[in-house]
Design a binder for this molecule. Structure first.
Ligand code: URA
Length: 435
């Protein structure tokens, strides 16, 4: 069938067969399907949707558009985690060495900052010398040797996603659950894992603002994972406020090290342990939730998780001394404290994750355009958290940037990010489990 006939079918609201989706994806990679045709098809998909069978077929075709790693050198059950993106979400940096130290190999292929959300690769690259561009074979050998590796997508893995994602970004076709599912799963399943744990973020600082959308995305990814023979579990977690007290790159690596030393903020550790428990469960390690949590706490308390982080940094060319001396991380040229200007003592009711994320981008920690470079030292730290009391003049957060102009822009965006008054009763960040 000609490409224009396939586009017309989707335009008219009819389902595409697996073979048709495969032909479309292969054509995108070979160039037989032109970019205008691909863009038209994406828009038809956004407007008319894809059912679960089509979503699975599209994911399968995108997964097999490039190399699919097998990681034969790693004999044990391999599990990865993917987050749909949030503010201050440094969970992967803590979780990968933690779960590896607890005996489950974690091959992790991560992304860069997107919009107001941070990216694991940008954070790791704040560590002097750290390389995220390992070849697939190096990646495999490292997972076999130290139990974890964290790299960016290579040109060989899911090339269809690389083309389609760029096109979606330019054609307002990102916000579509089947397309998001196919994009995420095609990349994740190409890394040779046995199972996947998903952290679907929901709230003001997430791409999925409503619980209903988060649930639909989680269910779609779990179902498509099942259809493709890869067990997946999803936790829907609250992302109305930043996770932890830092959002940026080096500032988040500092907080990661604090977590691995046992001094991490409780919200960040709650999400990290919940996802870690799911990863151990997927690999069949531990008896029950309490036992899995104990195993994770034990490798954290004994310093084994920090040792694993140090080994990960060293294996990927970074300066391992950072794990013991975070002052070796880059420092910003300009730093400013934002203080509480009220006349009376008050309790912080909420901190707006979206405002903090956008402030971090303006400071230089994220990108306005794909081609922008990030500033490893830029970001926000020392953030107050909901429920904490502040006195007049207390620090609400600290901004780090290359110069005062950027500090001004970041501070202006913060606006009324901090709300004061009676806080909502503290609720769990883990809203729901789908698996
Ligand atoms: N992250 C991805 O990798 N793909 C999407 O489509 C959205 C978020």
């Amino acid at each position: 069938m000609r490409t224009q006939d396939l586009i017309a079918r989707k335009r008219d609201g009819r389902a595409l067969a697996p073979g048709e989706l495969k032909a479309f994806v292969q054509g995108v990679v070979s160039g037989d399907v032109s970019l205008p045709q691909a863009a038209a098809m994406l828009m038809a998909m956004v407007l008319n949707g894809l059912d679960d069978t089509e979503t699975a077929a599209l994911t399968f075709a995108m997964l097999h558009s490039g190399r699919v790693l097998e990681l034969k050198l790693v004999s044990r059950y391999k599990v990865d985690k993917h987050s749909t993106g949030g503010v201050g979400d440094k969970v992967s940096l803590v979780l990968a060495p933690l779960v590896a130290a607890a005996g489950v190999p974690v091959p992790m292929i991560s992304g860069r900052s997107l919009g107001h959300t941070g990216g694991t690769l940008d954070k790791l690259e704040a560590i002097p010398g750290f390389r995220t561009d390992l070849e697939a074979d190096e990646f495999e050998r490292q997972v076999a040797r130290i139990g974890c590796a964290m790299i960016g997508q290579t040109a060989e893995l899911a090339p269809a996603d690389r083309i389609l994602y760029g096109l979606r970004d330019a054609t307002a076709t990102v916000e579509c659950i089947p397309l998001i599912c196919a994009s995420i799963l095609s990349k994740k399943l190409a890394e040779g894992i046995d199972a996947l744990v998903l952290d679907v973020k929901c709230g003001r600082g997430a791409f999925m603002k409503s619980r209903e959308d988060a649930r639909r995305l989680a269910r779609t990814m779990v179902e498509v994972g099942r259809q493709l023979g890869k067990p997946a579990t999803a936790l829907i977690t609250r992302m109305d406020e930043p996770l932890g007290r830092a959002a940026g790159n080096a500032v988040e690596v500092r907080e990661t090290i604090a977590c691995l030393r046992g001094g991490g903020p409780s919200d960040l550790m709650e999400v990290t342990y919940a996802l870690g428990v799911e990863m151990l469960a997927a690999a069949g390690v531990g008896e029950d939730v309490a036992d899995r949590r104990r195993r994770l706490e034990s490798v954290l308390d004994s310093g084994q998780a920090l040792d694993r982080f140090r080994a990960l940094i060293e294996a990927q060319g970074g300066n391992p001394a950072v794990a013991d001396d975070p002052d070796l991380l880059p420092r910003a040229g300009a730093v400013r404290e934002v203080r509480y200007s009220g006349a009376q003592s008050a309790v912080v009711r909420a901190v707006d994750a979206l405002a903090v994320g956008e402030c971090a981008v303006l400071l230089g920690a994220g990108r306005k355009r794909e081609s922008d470079a990030v500033d490893p030292a830029a970001g926000v730290d020392a953030l107050v958290r909901a429920g904490e009391r502040v006195e007049p003049g207390d620090v609400l957060c600290r901004l780090h940037a290359a110069d005062t102009k950027r500090l001004d822009e970041g501070e202006q965006r913060l606006g009324d990010a901090f709300a004061f008054g009676d806080p909502e009763p503290a609720a769990s960040l883990i809203l729901e489990r789908i698996g």
